[in-house]
Design a protein around this ligand. Structure first.
Ligand code: ZN
Length: 355
């Protein structure tokens, strides 16, 4: 039994680096957003570029350890029927009154919690708390990244209902890893947003509308490619793993006609705009001389934790990249995963199906 648990633990650790926009893309997106900031913000963000980029993936790592975290990464718009985007209240309080908190959490709360993170960031700017600013800015970058991924807005988030299992990791991990180096990710200067909450909902609407092509193009190509051409095998460290073949990836990427690049650029611009707008709303504080020891008196990265936690952790990974290297890297880095794993097992004894 112990050996079994240990194996699962290793598997769990190794999985960490291949989720949500792909860790690669999340880091790249946060990093790029920094270069759109004005000098007043650059003074804090540029020296901490590595932090902003590395911590872009922290919200995904927290999903197993922090109650109420998992549902901040998605919203299943389709469960609310047609025109959901227009029916759902943009205010968290109003939404709770109409649908109830448990039901909202069950179907994901990304638009509301992303906006709350923006408000926390504004508060951190007001207090000139460098540490809180950087942490919340990195978190906000992640959440804004997720809302721009089409598959974070549907119940069928990994093609499990349409026999397209693995499409989530394919779109947001495999494609950026193969092609993002050729993308033009320059998005110009950050701009002030007069209505940030509306921007969040509009971004989700655009992402959700893209689902049609995300699913239908994959299906179209799957009909053309026999299985042995749709998938191939790549060596990651000492492990050979099955991935979407380069030919299939290229055909899909071409059919999507720049969709992944567009969504990535849109995310970068939105993140820069949100960081900048939070700073403006905070009264444009001078960040060259921040207050050193202030800490906000609340859990800064979480919408209130529910009484009875609903675990909504989703497994949608399809690529099992370099597990051995990832294991040692992760194990050496810190004990965070071990604690997370223990908590995870405590709450959910049965392991979720792999992607
Ligand atoms: Zn996420």
């Amino acid at each position: 039994m112990r050996l079994y648990l240990f194996c699962i633990f290793i598997f769990f650790i190794c999985y960490q680096d291949v989720i949500a926009w792909g860790f690669y893309a999340h880091r790249l997106i946060n990093r790029q957003a920094v270069f759109s900031l004005p000098p007043e913000l650059m003074v804090l963000f540029k020296p901490n570029l590595a932090y902003i980029s590395d911590k872009a993936v922290n919200p995904d790592r927290r999903r197993y350890a922090v109650q109420g975290e998992a549902e901040k990464h998605y919203i299943d718009l389709d469960v609310y029927g047609d025109s959901a985007i227009f029916k759902l209240p943009q205010s968290w309080q109003e939404a709770q009154i109409i649908y109830g908190e448990d039901s909202l959490r069950k179907n994901g709360i990304s638009p509301w919690s992303t906006y709350l993170t923006f408000q926390y960031l504004t508060y951190a700017f007001q207090k000139k708390d460098r540490q809180a600013i950087l942490k919340l800015a990195a978190d906000l970058g992640h959440y804004l990244g997720d809302i721009n991924v089409p598959l974070h807005s549907t119940e069928n988030y990994n093609g499990q209902n349409t026999n397209q299992h693995g499409i989530h990791g394919f779109w947001e991990s495999r494609l950026p890893e193969l092609y993002a180096k050729d993308y033009d990710l320059f998005v110009g200067k950050a701009e002030y947003l007069t209505n940030p909450r509306k921007e969040i909902w509009e971004a989700i609407e655009v992402a959700h509308n893209a689902l049609d092509s995300v699913f239908s193009f994959e299906k179209l190509l799957t009909d053309k490619f026999p299985d042995d051409q749709k998938y191939s095998y790549e060596n990651r460290g000492s492990i050979t793993t099955r991935v979407y073949s380069k030919a299939f990836s290229l055909a899909y990427h071409q059919m999507l006609a720049g969709q992944v690049e567009r969504q990535m650029k849109k995310t970068i611009k939105l993140i820069a705009d949100f960081w900048y707008s939070a700073w403006i709303l905070a009264g444009q504080p001078d960040l060259t001389n921040p207050a050193p020891n202030f800490r906000p008196p609340f859990e800064i990265d979480s919408i209130e934790t529910p009484q009875d936690s609903i675990k909504n952790v989703r497994e949608h990974q399809s690529l099992f990249t370099d597990p051995e290297a990832l294991f040692w890297k992760s194990l050496n880095k810190n004990l965070y995963y071990w604690q997370a794993f223990r908590k995870y097992c405590g709450r959910r004894p049965r392991f979720l199906p792999r992607g």
